[in-house]
Design a binder for this molecule. Structure first.
Ligand code: HEC
Length: 151
């Protein structure tokens, strides 16, 4: 004969197992269906006030050369040697590094591009602490030359 206590214990253990099973299934399901927020990651936009920033090197071709040197040593690894977003270290990133020659980037203001280089947006690093304003403006000046090179 099974007494009431044993039956109660069995029910308790049984329901605990069912609960565990449900938890596991729901964890699996949620891993398969990432939250919509992750899927529809908003496009990265600089704040409107960035548009009013003016590149002090706008007419300085030497600055483009200086920007290029920084670009080749730091940015090319992700954005590619010609800025097309095809650097070796960028292949596995999500989102992928931007194609800096593209209309999407080139149509933005100097100030917006400067703001993005300054602040970053992971996995795009921030260069606020490591580079001076002048160096970041030189990078903007160099990025502008990439459009002209596009064939
Ligand atoms: C670790 C890889 C990595 C490095 C190094 C890197 N970037 Fe990026 N960059 C990215 C990624 C990824 C994005 C896209 C971020 C996003 O859309 O949220 C990006 C975006 C940008 C954008 C914005 C493009 C747009 O769509 O508006 C600019 C401008 C930019 N990078 C410039 C640079 C410059 C200049 C350097 C070097 C000083 C640099 N990046 C270094 C990965 C990198």
């Amino acid at each position: 004969m099974i007494d009431r206590k044993t039956v109660f214990k069995k029910i308790l253990i049984g329901s605990a197992l069912i609960t565990l099973g449900l938890v596991l299934v729901s964890v699996k399901l949620s891993a398969k269906n990432p939250s919509p927020a992750q899927d529809e990651k908003q496009a990265w936009k600089a704040p409107a006030e960035a548009d009013s920033l003016v590149n002090p090197f706008a007419d300085d071709d030497k600055a483009a050369k200086q920007g290029k040197a920084i670009f080749q040593s730091l940015c090319a690894i992700c954005h590619g040697p010609a800025g097309r977003g095809d650097g070796v270290a960028g292949m596995a990133l999500n989102p992928r590094p931007a194609n800096l020659t593209s209309e999407k980037v080139q149509s933005q203001s100097d100030g917006a591009i400067f703001w993005k280089i300054t602040n970053g947006n992971a996995p795009m690093p921030t260069y606020k602490e490591t580079h001076t304003d002048s160096q970041r403006w030189q990078l903007v000046k160099y990025i502008r030359t990439l459009k002209a090179k596009k064939k």
